[in-house]
Design a binder for this molecule. Structure first.
Ligand code: NAP
Length: 475
């Protein structure tokens, strides 16, 4: 502890990156930093709550680390507060010595092909939010009751999550915290085949090994890989992939799938390669009925590696549902610099940069996907947040009273750096503020709802329900 006045930090966003940043700040600052975390939803944990697949409870248990940070006496949580609506960048700069933007990449990327807007064509981000009970996606409808084949576009872990969720057996889904509205529809689903399309080959896929292996262990679904297509896609040497142990292992796993006979399950996941959708075609009711694909070949890319180049070969595949899982995208925050091309906040090692001068902006920092783009697993954010926090410590609390070098983000002096003043401001702007004890009330409530059926929780999926439960117990 120290007698010096606290250095007050606002972290915007309560996902893994925001929590790792808060944890590092509280641990590394010798008692000088106080952290307020602002979150748009009443509930914390970002993609750990609303992105990680419900059948991956171990991955979700990382929240225990974040709970320890939240219990720190110099940490406060303010949920149901939207940056740009209830509080502006200027408000935060007036009350805090620094802001850390940790808002992730909540949007999706379009394919930009004809028919993408047809009913039955969806962004994976929406489906993921829907089955995870994200309040923004609760009322979406996915017609799993008419389609027999779904196509998932992309060769990353989100594509695998979506494919798996579409074919999990009811007994695999039953013990999870899948949102009740989704459990009901998934249990009655008529989807029996999910085709995962890679525009490049198996060696270039972005899957991680455990997630790819898991596909081969499903209770109700075979995994099918055509050997000839697989080997054709491996015919062009890719030295970078050959050096990468994850890529090599992915290829081995896929070869093992190609060589094993199907077990005769009712459902199947088919992995196909070197194919890109070029048009979504309507059926007689104007819904998605088929997808026109082009066969690709691998050619050297200008920046190194291999890229997919379309050939003249085409095929059409019948499908009533399509999910594009081709990556997330960051969205701009009001008043905060944003690089449209890479969809991140421009930064140097976590210091937000002025887009005009290229110099660091005093008192503004960034962590996680909105800093580096939507890549890596949850743990990647720990190291990422440490880099930003190290920069903050050098700028805001240099050792032995040294001043930060001027080329770094100079310290920023807020007008009203007082914890009570900013809380009063937030409460005046958002009377239905959710504190951490409000979240704990929601957490207890959801867990209690899940207990009778042996589920980790039954999620509340509407903002008004969440606020009602939080308000009943918070001061
Ligand atoms: P990702 O790993 O970046 O994969 C995106 C995939 O989409 C790539 O295969 C990419 O192919 C493909 N793609 C991009 N543009 C395309 C286009 N126009 N047409 C066809 N394919 C296209 O993204 P993600 O799956 O959204 O995952 C995001 C991050 O979250 C990743 O780091 C992932 O590992 C992580 N995650 C982890 C887990 C887990 O650990 N269980 C679960 C979910 C997500 P190219 O390579 O050819 O560009």
């Amino acid at each position: 502890m120290t007698d010096e006045p606290p250095i007050r930090i606002a972290v915007v966003g309560s996902g893994p990156a925001g929590f790792y940043a808060a944890g590092h700040l509280l641990k590394d600052s010798a008692g000088r930093f106080e952290v307020d975390m602002l979150e748009r939803l009443p509930t914390p944990w970002g993609l750990v709550r609303s992105g990680v697949a419900p059948d991956h409870p171990k991955i979700k248990s990382v929240t225990r680390v974040y709970e320890k940070t939240a219990a720190h006496p110099r940490f406060r949580y303010f949920g149901n507060v939207t940056f740009g609506v209830h509080v502006s960048r200027e408000d935060l700069l007036a009350h805090y010595h620094a802001i850390v933007y940790a808002t992730g990449s909540p949007s999706d990327r379009p394919l930009g092909i004809p028919g993408e807007e047809l009913s039955g064509s969806h962004a994976a981000t929406e489906f993921v939010g829907w089955y995870n009970g994200h309040p923004d996606h609760t009322d979406l409808e996915f017609d799993l009751l008419s389609a027999e084949r779904a196509v998932v576009i992309g060769n990353g872990n989100v594509a695998l999550d979506v494919a798996r969720m579409l074919v999990l057996a009811p007994e695999e889904l039953a013990p999870t915290d899948t949102a009740d509205h989704a459990l009901d529809v998934l249990a009655r689903s008529s989807v029996s085949e999910v085709v995962i399309l890679g525009r490049r080959g198996p060696a270039q896929a972005a899957f991680t090994n455990p997630e790819l292996l898991e596909l081969g262990e499903l209770a109700d679904a075979d995994v099918i890989v055509d050997e000839a297509e697989l080997e054709r896609a491996l015919a062009v040497a890719d030295p970078a992939a050959e050096e990468d142990i994850t890529c090599r292992r992915n290829v081995e796993i896929l070869r093992s799938y190609a060589s094993r006979p199907p077990k005769g399950h009712d459902k199947r996941i088919v992995l196909r390669f070197l194919l890109s959708p070029v048009a979504f075609l309507p059926d007689e009711h104007g819904r998605l009925g088929a997808i026109e694909l082009v066969r690709n070949e691998l050619v050297p890319a200008s920046g190194g590696g291999l890229r997919a180049a379309a050939t003249d070969e085409r095929e059409t595949i019948q499908a009533g549902l399509a999910f594009r899982a081709i990556g997330y995208r960051g969205i701009p925050l009001p008043g905060v610099p944003f690089d449209e091309r890479s969809a991140v906040i421009p930064n140097d090692g976590g210091r937000v940069l002025d887009p005009d001068s290229g110099a660091p902006l005093a008192g503004e920092y960034v962590v996680g996907w909105i800093k580096r783009g939507p890549s890596g697993v949850i743990g990647t954010n720990k190291k990422d947040a440490q880099e930003t926090v190290d920069a903050m410590l050098a700028d805001l609390a240099p050792p032995n009273g040294a001043t930060a070098p001027p080329e770094r983000g100079a310290a920023h002096g807020p007008d009203k750096p007082d914890a009570a003043t900013v809380e009063a401001l937030l409460r005046s702007r958002q009377p239905e503020l959710v504190t951490y004890s409000g979240w704990e009330a929601i957490d207890r409530h959801e867990r209690a709802l899940g207990e009778p059926s042996g589920r980790p929780r039954v999620k509340l999926t509407r903002i008004d329900e969440l606020l009602r439960v939080a308000a009943a117990e918070q001061p």
